[in-house]
Design a protein around this ligand. Structure first.
Ligand code: COA
Length: 214
């Protein structure tokens, strides 16, 4: 379980597929996420999940409120253990009103703290369709991410081509966030007393990266 201030993040289960199906059909999600597919039935979603990758480089998680109500989906994809980077993404929506309440930035910071201080990664990256101000607001304005490049007309959406922003964040940029230490403490709270902290703000940090196991 990964903890944010107001969210919990846990592995995706078979029982989550109803929620994931509704999330993927949410018009705000369909319009704004990269990758496109025909609207899918619950049965298709369940079959996809059963056949989806379970290797150590892909981890799909459900974001919930502190009471366990599902609010969205996040994870780490394509973890590169040599170069210590991974893709991350976040979709909030579905049956419960979850957008525009600060949940996005809380979940992003919790995932960053976990990726940098539990997994041991150095960099996270993602992409955002240009004009998705909720996404750039959350990642870039609030969570220390940088816009690193523009892939012109990379995505066909809403009857036209859209630019795609390549975004990324380094561990040092996470560390510079005013509340980074609080998030590191939340994801390392089971630490055995006496380990060395590697967080500049003096909070608890990892002693070595771990592969899988969350
Ligand atoms: C993008 C997303 C994850 C952001 O999470 P969120 O919880 O809605 O965002 P937050 O409430 O943390 O807001 C972060 C900032 O983004 C901006 N923002 C949020 N919603 C916005 C909107 N609808 N329009 C413009 N700016 C918005 C604001 O600057 C906000 O900061 P503020 O509260 O200080 O004004 C979420 O809106 C979402 O899942 N959207 C649909 C799917 C999607 O676009 N996923 C991302 C694909 S890259």
């Amino acid at each position: 379980m990964i903890r944010g201030k107001n969210v919990l993040i846990r592995p995706m289960e078979d029982e989550d597929q109803q929620f994931v199906s509704e999330l993927n059909l949410d018009p705000a999600v369909r319009s704004n996420v990269v990758g496109w597919d025909f609207p899918q039935s619950l049965r298709h979603q369940q079959a996809w999940f059963r056949g989806s990758s379970s290797d150590e480089s892909t981890h799909r998680w459900i974001v919930t409120d502190t009471g366990g109500l599902p609010l969205g989906l996040t994870g780490l994809w394509g973890i590169d253990w040599h170069d210590r980077n991974a893709l991350t993404a976040l979709k909030l929506g579905g049956p419960h009103a979850s957008r525009g309440r600060g949940i996005g930035r809380d979940a992003i910071k919790a995932v960053m703290a976990f990726a940098f201080y539990d997994v041991g990664l150095h960099r996270l990256h993602s992409t955002v369709i240009a004009g998705n101000s909720a996404s750039t607001g959350a990642y870039v304005d609030h969570c220390g991410w940088q816009i690193e490049g523009v892939l012109r007309h990379q995505v066909w959406r809403h009857g036209g081509y859209c630019d795609l922003l390549a975004i990324g964040v380094l561990k040092d940029e996470f560390d510079a966030l005013p509340d980074a230490a609080e998030y590191v403490a939340l994801v390392t709270e089971g630490r055995v007393h006496g380990s060395q902290s590697s967080h500049p703000a003096g909070s608890r940090g990892p002693t070595r990266p771990q592969v899988g196991g969350q």
